[in-house]
Design a protein around this ligand. Sequence first.
Ligand SMILES: Cc1cn([C@H]2C[C@H](O)[C@@H](COP(=O)(O)OP(=O)(O)OP(=O)(O)O)O2)c(=O)[nH]c1=O
Length: 184
Amino acid sequence: MALILASGSPRRRELMALIAPDYTVMTSDVDESKIAADTPAHLAQALATAKARAVAASHPEDIVCGFDTVVECDGEVFGKPHDEADALRMLRALSGCTHKVHTGVCICRGTRAAATVETTLVTFSSIEEEDLLAYVRTPEPYDKAGAYAIQGHAALWCVGIAGCYYNIMGLPVHRAAQLLRAFR
Ligand SMILES: Cc1cn([C@H]2C[C@H](O)[C@@H](COP(=O)(O)OP(=O)(O)OP(=O)(O)O)O2)c(=O)[nH]c1=O
């Protein structure tokens, strides 16, 4: 029985190693645009579940972990930005405000599945327009929900965090380890 991380995210690979040193990585080709939910938190959970189930379907003996992270700002969902203008739109909205980061977690083995979602509150200071314009010209925002990396330059804008820091990076280490314990 193997442990599989159903993710292409380098951040998740790094954080998964804290939970279990021996795991393999497989990516799923879930069409995320086809999945909807009633709230941003439920959307993160539904997407994590779809990713885990897609890999579990072809590896029924193994334990599969899937994750998905979305940023919620004033009720709006921010996924990964499509382009520079989209990244600027998100970052301008996040500037000087508190927003939520939801990471859905799903662990599957065959048809058995357990899913949850972890939410962290993040408060940003007001960000100078010049700083935003420079940031969106770097590669950092483009493969990140909400167009920022808390583990990168966005650390400079972070006034406070309520909840799990690792959840913002895409894998709530404590919560995922807890859920995984029931499967091993
Ligand atoms: C907010 C934030 C997100 N992120 C990342 C974590 C996730 O990799 C990404 C959100 O996109 P996701 O769609 O959750 O994940 P992914 O496409 O990168 O990987 P996979 O679906 O294969 O698991 O944003 C950071 O690294 N730092 C941050 O501060």
